[in-house]
Design a protein around this ligand. Sequence first.
Ligand SMILES: [Zn+2]
Length: 459
Amino acid sequence: MKILKGVRIWDYPDTRSTDITIDNGKIITIEDSMLKKIEVGYNNFESSEIKTIDAEGLYVLPGLVNAHTHSPMWPLSGLIDVANFARATSDGNQNLHADATTFRSWLKIVQKAEMSITPDDVKLFSILTYSQMLLKGITTVADFYIHLNSLAIAAIDSGIRAHLVRGMIDRLDAGIVNRNDDERYNRVKDRLNDCGNLHRKWQGTGEGRITIGIGPHSPHTCSDELLIGAAEMARDLSCPLHIHLAEDVEATRRYRAENQGVVRHLESLGLMDTKILGIHCCHLNEKDMDILAGYANFWVVYCPYSNRQLGVGEAPVKQMSQLGINIALGTDGAASNPVMDLRMDGQMAAETLEMSDRKRVRSMSLAGSDALGLEGGKIEASKLADLVLVKDLSAFLGGKEEPVHVFVNGEHVVKDGRCTLVDMDELSDRAKERKAELMEGWGLNRQGNKKGQKNYTGV
Ligand SMILES: [Zn+2]
């Protein structure tokens, strides 16, 4: 059991300090006199050891929830600059730099680069990303990728709470990759079996910190069979389903031209009958949003920083908010958001939606927690003890100050601004070394230049 002594609750109207008692991963009590009660013999807790953390004068707020990222993309953080550089110089060679002028081309670059990332790389880059997130107050991450075994180990070791989503693709834009029906059927079956196995293996592990989601990548990269199977599995396992939705303007237009639009398409396949997180939603029109407004189980995950970096368009979150559609926030991966600081997305969302600081904090914490089906996002008894302690609330929200302490599931994972479970210096060195090797393989030198070019240092 731990007592955070002398904290100020971030949204209390007065600034009086209080004690928060946490035990077994949850907030147990919030009251001024808990320490005195314990001194006179009060003990109603599961653990016998009592640890007091002097938090006098610090503000406590719920941990931030990053509802969408791809953490193993850490070494791809420079590729957006490579794409911009290629555009600026009209570099059109048949290599990694080629044709990097649109979202589609950027995606091709990323997919090509990702082919050389191994399961060990996933573990290394994810544990670094998770630790960097903890240092910025992100206590939960929804991570959409493959190699979930590596992600789960990284999450358990770093101390973060992770909702791991097995991404699935069985089709490219031009058509189904595997041309005969048996092959396609087996591919769908394999993907879904893998999800079921991962759920059996990891759900609830790491003292309950690991949960599993189902991730058909997007409507245009998944066959209807895969989308239907994913929705059935999400319902059977009571897992949220995550899908990239209307990020790609061309694909969204095609759905609109061919049938009633992408949202109606998902509805017809049964996806809207699951708890569903639609990532991005940049190109939805009024008809799409009207349908979504009828589903309280739908959450848009707004990733404004990534969307602006990629120039894919602004999600119509103002209209969505007016229609009562749930909105959570995500950073997306480093390939489109090198800073991966949810506070940046919170700031952008606050400007677009004209949110007060109170609403802004909730959009970064409670909204994501609810979207992922977690009992967190509030400083209340019985809620998850995922807490961030800061000196100055507005400096923290503005990204000018990092947390002093961070707790996840009641564990003290950041103490006096440093990660307690990993050696960040050693981890960063290893990750940088491996990134340099990968970049050599991608045709980029250590400064990120295309070999032989001196005037670019963006990576
Ligand atoms: Zn994504």
